[in-house]
Design a protein around this ligand. Structure first.
Ligand SMILES: [Co+2]
Length: 333
């Protein structure tokens, strides 16, 4: 689950996509709209007053039980969505404290990968993820985060992201992104992969592989002193080389004791990239969504589910990373 900055793109064939353009479009089309941490601004420009949250459409809560012994994130225990105002530089001790959350998220995702199969419902995945979180003493970060009703995001086929687990049965040839975030020992760890169910056709197999490559290309350019905008350039080039597009509406995000915070990691090139630089000690996610049709999306009535407008499939991979003096460390490896 990543930052939901809903700037709708109309003309994504234009390589130099203007953020300002998105902002104006979203005011027109998606107003009011929401962001996971609406008080924040995009790194390269500013969107003011863009926070909106509504439970409209997310009424059928069937929340999993969370035992009293599980420590809760601040947005559950005190309804506080606090995040730093600037990208945070973590100390070695803070990073060491964050590692177990990232490791646990990875292990749970591995477990999902071992168990996911034809005939399973997305709710079955939610039950599994929820149980694994609780058994390990972690809180499943998505559960009731700004009203999200379940413990994991499951995005099948043309669902780009933020799919809500339910009665949908996985069938042969489907692709599904499972996005795990856990809150463990005071920190969040966030990772996702797209899994192939049964026999997936060639186009969709290459889409899944391209999505992984695009994420890795974005991570590859990260190091102390690199510009945040390098990520969008790298992801976009990789997607183009593979013959696919990047859905521009969703960003990676800073992460730590907070689920989503600055910086916004934009996965496409922007007109005015600015000069914001990565610094050693920053932790954030890289999580581009790649599609083979039009990258235009819309949000369903539930207020969460993002689907491609043309119904074509999309795929996504995500890591939480740490910027180091000489490069990058993947914390969710
Ligand atoms: Co994320």
């Amino acid at each position: 689950m990543r930052t939901f900055v809903s700037y709708l793109i109309q003309n994504t064939k234009n390589r130099n996509i203007s953020l300002k353009y998105f902002q104006e479009e979203v005011k027109r089309k998606f107003s009011p709209y929401h962001s996971f941490y609406g008080h924040q601004q995009l790194s390269h420009t500013s969107i003011k007053n863009h926070f909106f949250w509504s439970l409209k459409g997310v009424r059928n809560f069937s929340s999993r039980h969370v035992p009293d012994c599980i420590p809760l994130p601040a947005y559950i225990s005190s309804k506080m969505y606090a995040a730093p105002s600037q990208p945070e530089i973590k100390s070695k001790a803070e990073i060491d404290n964050m590692r177990p959350a990232c490791k646990l998220a990875t292990e749970i995702l591995d477990n999902v990968g071992d168990n996911i199969r034809i005939g399973m419902t997305t709710d079955d995945i939610d039950v599994l993820v929820h149980r694994l979180c609780i058994e390990n003493g972690a809180y499943p970060s998505p559960l009731h985060y700004r009203g999200f009703p379940k413990s994991v995001c499951t995005s099948v086929n043309h669902v780009a992201c933020h799919g809500i687990p339910g009665s949908l049965v996985l069938k042969d040839g489907d692709i599904i992104n499972v996005d795990i975030t856990v809150f463990y020992k005071g920190y969040h760890g966030d990772t996702s992969r797209t899994f192939k169910i049964g026999n997936v056709d060639e186009l969709n197999s290459s889409l899944v592989e391209a999505a992984r490559l695009c994420r890795d290309a974005g991570i590859e350019v990260c190091h102390h002193g690199a510009k945040f905008s390098d990520i969008g350039e790298a992801v976009y080039s990789c997607a183009s080389e593979c013959g696919f597009q990047v859905i521009p509406n969703f960003c990676g995000h800073g992460i730590g004791t907070y689920f989503h915070g600055p910086p916004d990691i934009i996965h496409v090139p922007v007109d005015n990239p600015g000069n914001d630089k990565m610094l050693a000690g920053m932790t954030f996610t890289v999580e581009p969504i790649i599609c083979h049709g039009s990258p235009n999306i819309q949000i369903l009535q539930d207020g969460w589910t993002a689907v491609t407008l043309d119904g074509s499939r999309s795929a996504q991979f995500e890591h939480t990373i740490l910027i180091t003096e000489d490069g990058v460390e993947i914390l969710t490896k």
